[in-house]
Design a protein around this ligand. Structure first.
Ligand SMILES: Nc1ncnc2c1ncn2[C@@H]1O[C@H](COP(=O)(O)OP(=O)(O)O)[C@@H](O)[C@H]1O
Ligand SMILES: [Mg+2]
Length: 316
């Protein structure tokens, strides 16, 4: 498992997954953080090294548990790419994380696959003041950073003038998406978890304070609804397939009582403790990748490799 740098603690669902993988794979499983490696090329070969100076083989399977929105292109993304190019099977593949990292990239793919998404506009280097003028969407708009996550900075803009006035601060270092407001879904969405093409959990998330965004990370409420919205579950499976993900959380917006549009697809989803079907499904997914990997015949003791590398850290 690859998780964020120290000292950031593992998310609850990531810890649950790590515990389960540790139980199944014992010393073959280990959690690494992104700040524990150097990597590059030596004598024409791709190499991976711990900070303790130990050369590491590429793991057979790497379960990535850092949300792509918090990855830096030239750091974490490059490390993921390196692992993949060394032969590791990444869950999810780096290309899929990249699609999920940018809300416009994924909307491009979903729209090209013929799947329903809200009308959305973004821009390259145009000034936000000009973009607001040119957008041509009915007000209000949902405004969100294209690489945002956990409902941070998602808001409803009811007044273009206000948005124009805020533009110098809002758009300074962040690309924004301006999106059609799906009013029936205000403060409410449907999260569907998909693993290897199967729906393994679904829940309706509701914001507690009437806010637009209904992310659990904001402390919002989730109630299980697996099987209640078959049409939405089928749509989630198609979205995940279009983006090439093995493990995904799809956020769907209620466009009407029985009609959904895709809000976004997450490549590192979390889940509630009560959703006991998710971890076994991910274990199955990992197991299938391991069986398919050439190193299945010659498993590595990842934990002892890890122990040999902690010397640098303990010596400071
Ligand atoms: N176009 C929209 N119309 C209505 N609600 C929306 C819209 N876009 C997002 N939301 C709400 O805001 C939440 C967060 O938006 P999302 O695009 O998923 O960003 P994040 O990556 O921060 O989770 C969604 O789960 C949903 O509740
Ligand atoms: Mg979301």
């Amino acid at each position: 498992m690859l998780a964020r740098e120290h000292p950031i603690s593992l998310r609850r669902s990531t810890q649950e997954l790590a515990d389960a993988l540790g139980q199944v794979y014992g010393s073959r499983f280990v959690v690494w953080r992104t700040d524990e490696f150097v990597f590059g090329v030596r004598a024409g070969e791709l190499v991976l090294r711990s900070l303790g100076g130990v050369d590491l083989p590429a793991p057979a399977v790497v379960l990535v548990r850092q949300v792509p929105g918090s990855m830096n292109y030239d750091r974490e993304v490059t490390l993921l790419r390196h692992l993949e190019r060394m032969g590791a099977a990444l869950l999810n593949p780096v290309e899929a994380h990249l699609l999920c990292r940018n809300k416009i990239w994924q909307l491009q793919e979903l729209a090209l696959a013929g799947l329903p998404v809200p009308d959305t506009l973004s821009y390259a280097t145009a000034p936000l003041e000009g973009v607001v003028h040119a957008v041509g969407l009915d007000m209000p708009w949902v405004v969100k950073p294209v690489t945002g996550y956990q409902g941070r900075s998602v808001f409803l803009a009811r007044d273009p003038r206000l948005l124009r006035e805020m533009a110098p601060t809002l758009g300074a270092n962040t690309s924004l998406a301006l999106q059609q407001y799906v009013a029936p879904s205000h403060g409410r969405d449907l999260r569907v978890l998909v693993v290897d093409g199967e729906v393994v959990a679904a829940y309706v998330r509701t914001s507690r304070d009437g806010a637009l965004a209904s992310n659990i990370a904001r402390g919002d409420v989730g109630s299980p609804c697996l099987g209640d919205y078959p049409q939405a579950e089928s749509l989630a499976v198609l979205a995940v397939r279009a983006l090439g993900l093995a493990i995904a959380g799809v956020d769907l917006l209620f466009a009407s009582a029985d009609c959904f549009v895709i809000c976004e697809v997450n490549s590192v989803p979390g889940w509630r403790p009560a959703m006991t079907s998710v971890v076994p499904a991910i274990l199955g997914c990992v197991s299938r990748r391991l069986v398919a990997h050439p190193c299945a015949l010659d498993p590595v003791d990842a934990r002892s490799t890890r122990r040999a590398t902690t010397r640098w850290q303990s010596n400071g």
